[in-house]
Structures are given as C-alpha cells and as structure tokens.
Write a protein that binds this ligand. Structure first.
Ligand code: ADP
Ligand code: 5GP
Length: 198
C-alpha cells in the first residue's frame, strides 16, 4: 500500500484534458482512496454553480467584478477565460493545501497549464492529461452529463480539440491517461501518481 501519511511526494500535480474526459470522476476516486494525502486547489470561477456544487468545495463562485479585482491584485498563480467564464487558481488556494502538508492537485484548462509551466516561482509540477478514447465518446459523455446548455457544449467540444492538440505538441510533456474503462484508467493514474512508493 502506498503511504497515506507523510512523508510522501508533495510535488504539485496538474490535471488537464477536454471537458467531459473524466478528470473530475478520476480525481474523486483518487481523493476517496487517499483522503489524507491530496488537497484539491479550490479555484475561483465566474460560472454559476451546477446542481450539487457547493461554494468553497468544488469552486469559490464569484462575480466577474470580484474576479477582475483579484486579477488586478495579483491574487492568481494562473487564470484564464474558458467559454463565457473566467477561472483561476489563487495563491491562497495553493498555500492552504501546502499548509496542510498535502500534495496539491490543480485541475485546470490549457492556458492555465501553460502559465503554471512557465511560472517564475511556482514549483515545477507533474502534468497529467486525461484523454477521451475518441471524439465521439467525449461528445456522448459531455452530453450525457447534462450540465451544460447546447451552446456551452459546442464551445467545450471546440476547446477540447485544442486541448488534444496541445497535449500532443510536447509543450509540457504530460503523462497521458486514456479514460476508456474507468477502473483501468484509474489504476493507471493511481500508479503514476503514487506508483513509486507502492
Ligand atoms: P470532466 O471533469 O473531465 O469534465 P467528468 O468527470 O465530469 O469530466 O465526466 C464526464 C461524464 O462522463 C460524467 O457523466 C461521468 O460520469 C462520465 N464518465 C467519466 N469517466 C467515464 C468512463 N471511463 N466511462 C464512462 N463514463 C465516464
Ligand atoms: P468546468 O466549468 O467544467 O468546471 O471547468 C471548465 C474548465 O475550466 C475545465 O477544463 C477545468 O479544468 C478548467 N478550470 C477549473 N478551474 C480552473 C482554474 O483555476 N484555472 C484554469 N485555468 N482553468 C480551470
């Protein structure tokens, strides 16, 4: 069994991939299996909460005005526009996780990934790209999740293509996990994340 208490590798982990690929699903499994080892960096977003999402848990939901104010104050490690909304990782969110001695996990989109990779002070993280098995499956998952309006689904699919190209471009050279069968993909992710110690 990999250790669930320190010392363990606390190098931050950046998870990215097209919307609907299964990032949230895989991370939930990882956090459930290792409840004391990882800490989710709770981002700020201007998007409205989905049913079941709670302020301060999945996201800090905020107004565009407040978000822009935080940008001006240099409060973000990285931030980006995605669809019609803004998303950002605050310095405070990362510090909160680090302060608890946990491995900080960021789940962010491509522009944020680039900023983190080129950040002057943020520690060099480990990058993992969650890929759908095919564009068709991605579209099916995104639609069956049922959380986004048609216009938003189309934007996400378009953005997803760019994320796939970026992952292949070699910019951050991520570990790639194809989320075909959930249990198989989870095993691969888990082994990459904690494998050296298992
Ligand atoms: P993301 O966080 O990348 O946007 P989600 O984790 O929300 O994606 O997953 C999108 C949808 O696909 C959800 O309805 C989820 O239950 C489903 N899903 C995730 N992984 C799989 C899988 N391996 N097989 C089938 N459905 C999956
Ligand atoms: P969703 O609206 O589906 O929760 O997220 C949309 C996209 O925004 C996803 O690709 C997600 O990874 C990304 N995202 C979430 N939080 C952040 C963040 O803090 N910064 C950036 N750059 N992207 C984020």
């Amino acid at each position: 069994m990999p250790p669930t208490t320190p010392p363990f590798d606390t190098t931050p982990i950046v998870v990215f991939g097209p919307s609907g690929a299964g990032k949230g699903t895989l991370l939930q499994k990882l956090f459930a299996e290792f409840p004391d080892r990882f800490g989710y960096s709770i981002s700020h977003t201007t998007r409205a909460p989905r049913p079941g999402e709670t302020h301060g848990k999945e996201y800090n939901f905020t107004s565009m005005e407040k978000f822009q104010e935080m940008v001006g104050q240099g409060a973000f490690v990285e931030w980006a526009r995605y669809g019609s909304n803004c998303y950002g990782t605050s310095v405070k969110a990362v510090e909160e996780v680090e302060g608890r001695g946990r491995c900080c996990v960021l789940e962010i989109e491509m522009e944020g990934v680039k900023q983190v990779a080129n950040h002057p002070t943020f520690p060099r993280p480990r990058f993992v790209f969650i890929s759908p098995p095919s564009p068709e499956v991605l579209e099916k998952r995104l639609r069956s999740r049922g959380t986004d309006k048609e216009e938003e689904v189309l934007k996400r699919l378009e953005q997803g293509k760019k994320e796939m190209e970026f992952a292949k471009s070699g910019g951050v050279n991520p570990k790639v996990v194809v989320n075909d069968d959930l249990e198989r993909a989870y095993k691969e992710l888990k082994e990459w994340v904690v494998g050296k110690e298992s």
